[in-house]
Design a protein around this ligand. Structure first.
Ligand SMILES: Cc1cc2nc3c(=O)[nH]c(=O)nc-3n(C[C@H](O)[C@H](O)[C@H](O)COP(=O)(O)O)c2cc1C
Length: 150
């Protein structure tokens, strides 16, 4: 799931890199009921808003936890915080058993375009990150390293 496009960009890059395989990219905003039995590998990712991951992803992971634990799994986040703070987001938003099971953990950085933010987002962003101008911290190399594990 992606609100402003960064996690979507990551998903598309992953899909392109794995194009020798049969890949489906699913936006959980549009389609919540995915039949996971069709897949040997499931990569789940989204973006961090006020320390949390989109609810649709959290619900998807908890509803499908048992099945996910039987598959090859990758988990990724996009966020503006870096280093330990970004890792803390990752640890906080994904279930511990799922994290321990995952083949790859992706922390891909983020993108912030103030022109795209709603008034509400502009009013709360200062609570989450100390950034006042549009910028990109998207780490394409990290996406490549993540994908190489599959
Ligand atoms: C309202 C708001 C809250 C955010 N909260 C956080 C946060 O708590 N931690 C963080 O690292 N990044 C935070 N971000 C940055 C987003 O995670 C980053 O812009 C990400 O790339 C958005 O991904 P998307 O384009 O897929 O929606 C926030 C951004 C907005 C607009």
């Amino acid at each position: 799931m992606s609100k402003h496009g960064c996690a979507e960009k990551a998903a598309l890059l992953i899909g392109e890199s794995l194009s020798d395989r049969e890949v489906d990219i699913v936006d959980l905003k549009r389609k919540m009921d995915v039949d996971l039995s069709r897949y040997d590998t499931v990569i789940v990712g989204g973006s961090i808003y006020l320390g949390s991951l989109q609810r649709g992803i959290r619900n998807f992971c908890s509803r499908n936890l048992a099945m996910l634990l039987e598959k090859r799994v990758g988990l990724f986040i996009c966020c503006m915080n870096e280093g330990g703070a970004a890792r803390a987001h990752y640890d906080a938003v994904f279930d511990g058993a799922l994290r321990a099971h995952a083949t790859a953990a992706g922390i891909f950085g983020g993108e912030l375009d103030f022109g795209k933010l709603s008034l509400l987002e502009k009013s709360v962003i200062g609570q989450a990150v100390n950034i006042t101008e549009s910028c990109s911290r998207f780490d394409e190399k990290a996406v490549g390293e993540f994908t190489a594990k599959f």
